[in-house]
Design a protein around this ligand. Structure first.
Ligand code: 13P
Ligand code: SF4
Length: 305
C-alpha cells in the first residue's frame, strides 16, 4: 500500500473508531485498506462479532451491508456508494416469494443471502454459497423453496435427496452467466496442468465441466492448502487479486477476463474517504423488517458453526 489517500483513510478510520469490511470482489486498492476481507458468509460472521467499533464501512453490495445492519441494528453501517446493488438479489420481490409459499405450504424456505431484506423476513433460513448444502440438510422438510439463484439451487439439489423448487424460475447472476462450457474446454487445452475451479452461481453444465465448485472464501483456502501450482478461476476477476496477494507462488488464470461485477466496482478510495468523513450514506431498514429477517440470518449462522 502506498497512496497518500490510503494513508489518509487509515488515519480517519482510527480517529472515527471505524472498521472497514470488504468483499473479495473489491478492487486491489480497497482490498489493501480493508480490516477484514471475505466471502458473504465470512462477512456475516465478522459482522455478528463487531463489538468495539462505532462505525462500519461496508465495501460490498447492498444485501451484504443490509445483513451487517440486520446483525448490528445499533451500529452505523455505511456503504461508500449506495448504488452498489446486486441485481440477482432484486430478482425475488417479497410478493413473489409470498405467492410461492402459498402454492407450496409444506415446503421449507431457504433464501440465498443475495436477496432483499423484505424477502429474507419470510424465509426459514438463509444460506451462502459456502454453506448451502449444509443449510438445506438442516431443514426437516424434503421439499424446499430456494431463491433467488437457480444455479445454486441446482447445485444443492445435485448433492441432496430433496426437492428444490426455484423461486423465481430463472434467478441468476449476470456475471457468472458469462461463463460457458466452451470457456472451460478452451482453458483446459491452454493450461493442461491447471485445476479449474468455479463458483456455484455458474450454470450447472459449467459446474460439471470444472474440477471443483466452491465459494470465493473456499477457493482461497483450497488454493492455499493445495500442492498444485496452477489454477483457472471461474468467478469475478478480483478474486484473483485476493488470492495473489495472500498465496504467493501460484499461477492463476481467469476463466474469463471480462467477468466483472460492475456494482462492486462502484466503491472507490475517494468514496470510502467521503463515507468516513460524512458517516453516510447509511444503510437502514424498517425496524420490523430487520427484526423479522434476523431470525433467518441467525439460523444460518447457528447451522454454520
Ligand atoms: P461468495 O459468498 O462466494 O463470496 O459469493 C458472493 C457473490 O455474490 C458471488 O457472486
Ligand atoms: Fe451479485 Fe453477481 Fe455481483 Fe455477486 S457477482 S454481487 S451475485 S451481481
Amino acid at each position: 500500500m502506498n497512496s497518500s489517500l490510503q494513508e489518509e483513510i487509515l488515519k480517519l478510520k482510527d480517529e472515527k473508531n471505524a472498521i472497514i469490511l470488504a468483499h473479495n470482489y473489491q478492487p486491489k486498492e480497497i482490498q489493501e485498506i480493508a480490516d477484514f476481507l471475505g466471502d458473504s458468509l465470512e462477512l456475516c460472521i465478522k459482522a455478528s462479532e463487531i463489538e468495539d467499533k462505532d462505525l462500519v464501512i461496508f465495501c460490498g453490495v447492498d444485501f451484504m451491508a443490509e445483513t451487517a445492519h440486520i446483525l448490528n441494528p445499533d451500529k452505523k453501517i455505511v456503504i461508500p456508494d449506495l448504488e452498489a446493488e446486486c441485481p440477482m438479489a432484486h430478482m425475488l420481490p417479497e410478493e413473489e416469494l409470498l405467492k410461492a409459499k402459498e402454492e407450496h405450504p409444506d415446503a421449507g424456505v431457504i433464501l440465498y443471502v443475495n436477496s432483499i431484506a423484505e424477502a429474507k423476513q419470510h424465509a426459514d433460513t438463509l444460506c451462502t454459497s459456502a454453506n448451502a448444502v449444509k443449510v438445506a440438510e438442516s431443514l426437516e422438510q424434503d421439499k424446499i423453496l430456494f431463491g433467488p439463484d437457480k444455479n445454486l439451487g441446482t447445485h444443492v439439489a445435485a448433492k441432496l435427496d430433496k426437492e428444490i423448487i426455484p423461486v423465481p424460475k430463472d434467478g441468476h447472476c449476470y456475471v457468472h452467466r458469462l461463463f460457458h462450457v466452451e470457456d472451460v474446454e478452451l482453458k483446459r487445452n491452454e493450461y493442461p496442468n491447471a485445476e479449474i475451479i468455479c463458483h456455484p452461481e455458474c450454470d450447472i453444465k459449467v459446474q460439471e465441466a470444472c474440477d471443483k465448485v466452491m465459494s470465493t472464501g473456499g477457493m482461497l483456502r483450497y488454493i492455499a492448502e493445495s500442492d498444485k501450482e496452477e489454477f483457472v478461476i471461474g468467478t469475478e476477476i478480483d478474486m484473483i487479486t485476493r488470492i495473489n496477494s495472500e498465496v504467493p507462488g501460484k499461477k492463476l488464470y481467469p476463466l474469463l477476463e471480462g467477468a466483472i461485477c460492475k456494482t462492486m466496482k462502484l466503491h472507490t478510495l475517494e468514496k470510502v474517504k467521503d463515507a468516513l468523513v460524512k458517516e453516510a450514506p447509511e444503510i437502514t431498514l424498517p425496524t420490523d423488517v430487520a427484526e423479522k429477517s434476523r431470525k433467518a440470518v441467525q439460523h444460518m449462522l447457528d447451522v454454520s458453526k
